[in-house]
Design a protein around this ligand. Structure first.
Ligand code: BES
Ligand code: ZN
Ligand code: ZN
Length: 480
């Protein structure tokens, strides 16, 4: 979908138009008396989107009565865009003019964001896409309040989200760990961040025991990708590090996933990795003056010939030992190695994103991100939550008391990788905490990373959750 920005024009004959207007100014738009009367009735009946059929083209009108645009109004704008998209798809429209009479740049941007994100589809594996493909190709924004730079930034974000969705939607038959790193290389070439990919030998020499243990049952080698965006004049001298779980498929390993259907969506177990790559792509593309590093440990988790088994003791990258009690708790094994590797950057702040526990998904579903952080991160937590509220990728902070630590004590090693029935999302976080010694927040995105049914502009399938959060957080990041 192509986006262009122009100043307001009075004549748009025969074009499909969406008017974004206020209760004060909509009557001055080029409508007939009859049409105004119709609009008044519709607005009185609280119809959010008034539709006029001009035969050669369609005209849509949304009248907003909002005085200010806070987070919930912006989310309404994104959702409104989804309903506009549904309408224009019904009419198989390919180009749309957005006439902005609201004069609020945040509201307009949220609308365009919702429209652009809605227009994403994953059709790669259909042999015939003609009937399925959305028709919208060209959007022209007429406004007096938006600079071209704002649209360029929005395009970078939208592109980052779409690339993340693409990675999540790809099945293992395409997206092995190796392929994931190749896809990230393409993103790096396009956006200008750097990428170094460690293969199995290098991972062995780094003694990343957790990643190697999970990889033992696989016939494919693991990868460890290091993404970096360090622009001249970066605001932070020490980097912010993003760590993403890159399990390209999770069968559970020899502790095979036990319940019906529980494996169906497990191609999405690299959702954290996708979000990290998508966010760094967007940050680089938008040229944000912030130094960020992305770390992505990747492998599939399978019960192959030499697979790791319950009872095994694994020595991790930082030398700590872990007793494996369930091979399905694999995410924490490879994230732990990446978190201790992050230490060499002397990071200012580390955020990991992972589809880590069913418990997080059960607790809050697709509606939010389960968050927890160590003591040192408490300074950063409010701004991360604020960024989440702004982009509607909201954080719910779980308790992270020391007491939970007793649930992962092992009889024979420093830690065990399984906490038991209670507080599953938290014990997973507590496990990871042992591998951090810097301000750190853990984000469990198991609920929102993959959507089983259409959810407004977030779509169906891979959602790319986390990309907009990390971008917004990085954009607003202030150093003392
Ligand atoms: N990838 C799963 C978590 C998951 C579940 C993500 C559902 C998305 C949707 C993770 O590796 C896992 O299997 N976790 C186990 C941990 C348990 C064995 C301690 C879980 O949550 O059941
Ligand atoms: Zn698992
Ligand atoms: Zn997993």
């Amino acid at each position: 979908m192509k986006l262009e920005v122009k100043s307001l024009q009075s004549s748009n004959e025969n074009e499909n138009i969406f008017y974004l207007a206020t209760s004060e100014n909509y009557k001055k738009l080029p409508f007939s008396e009859q049409e105004i009367k119709f609009a008044e009735e519709q607005i009185a009946a609280e119809v959010p989107l008034v539709e006029f059929n001009r035969y050669t083209h369609k005209v849509y009108l949304h009248v907003s009565a909002e005085k200010t645009y806070g987070n919930s109004e912006l989310e309404k704008m994104r959702k409104l865009a989804f309903s506009v998209h549904t309408k224009i798809q019904e009419s198989k429209i390919s180009s749309l003019v957005i006439q902005d009479q609201l004069n609020n740049s945040d509201a307009l941007l949220a609308f365009v964001e919702g429209l652009s994100l809605t227009n994403y589809q994953f059709l790669k594996y259909f042999t015939d896409t003609k009937k399925k493909k959305y028709t919208l190709k060209q959007v022209s924004i007429q406004t007096n309040v938006l600079a071209k730079e704002a649209i360029d930034e929005l395009s970078a974000i939208v592109e980052g989200v779409k690339l993340a969705r693409e990675l999540v939607n790809e099945p293992l038959s395409y997206l092995t760990a190796q392929k994931l790193s190749e896809e990230i290389q393409k993103m790096a070439d396009d956006a200008g961040f750097t990428l170094e990919v460690f293969g199995k030998k290098k991972i062995e020499s780094l003694k990343m025991g957790g990643l190697l243990a999970v990889n033992k049952g696989s016939v494919d080698d693991p990868t460890f990708s290091v993404l970096e965006w360090n622009p001249k004049g970066a605001r932070n001298s020490k980097p912010i590090v993003f760590v993403g779980k890159g399990v390209v498929y999770d069968t559970g390993g020899v502790s095979l996933k036990p319940t019906k259907d529980s494996m169906d969506l497990m191609k999405s177990d690299m959702g954290g990795a996708a979000s990290v790559a998508g966010a760094i792509y967007a940050i680089a593309k938008a040229n944000l003056p912030i130094h960020v590093v992305g770390l992505i440990p990747a492998t599939d988790n399978r019960p192959g010939g030499n697979a790791y088994v319950p009872g095994d003791v694994v020595t991790m990258h930082n030398g700590k030992t872990v007793e494996v009690l369930n091979t399905d708790a694999e995410g924490r094994m490879l994230l732990a190695d990446a978190l201790s590797y992050a230490d060499r950057y002397n990071p200012e702040f580390v955020i990991d994103l992972a589809t880590l526990t069913g418990a997080a998904a059960v607790a809050i579903g697709k509606y939010g991100i389960v968050a927890m952080g160590n003591q040192a991160s408490q300074e950063n937590m409010p701004s991360l939550k604020k960024a989440g509220d702004r982009v509607h990728e909201r954080l719910v902070e779980f308790p992270f008391w020391d007491d939970f630590g007793e649930l992962i004590e092992s009889d024979i090693a420093d830690l065990k990788n399984l906490g038991g029935r209670d507080a599953g999302a938290i014990t997973a976080g507590k496990f990871l905490e042992h591998f951090t010694n810097y301000p750190w927040v853990h984000l469990d995105i198991a609920g929102p990373a993959f959507l089983g049914s259409m959810d407004s502009y977030r779509g169906k399938g891979g959602s790319g959750v986390g990309v907009r959060l990390l971008f917004e957080f990085s954009k607003q990041y202030q150093t003392e």
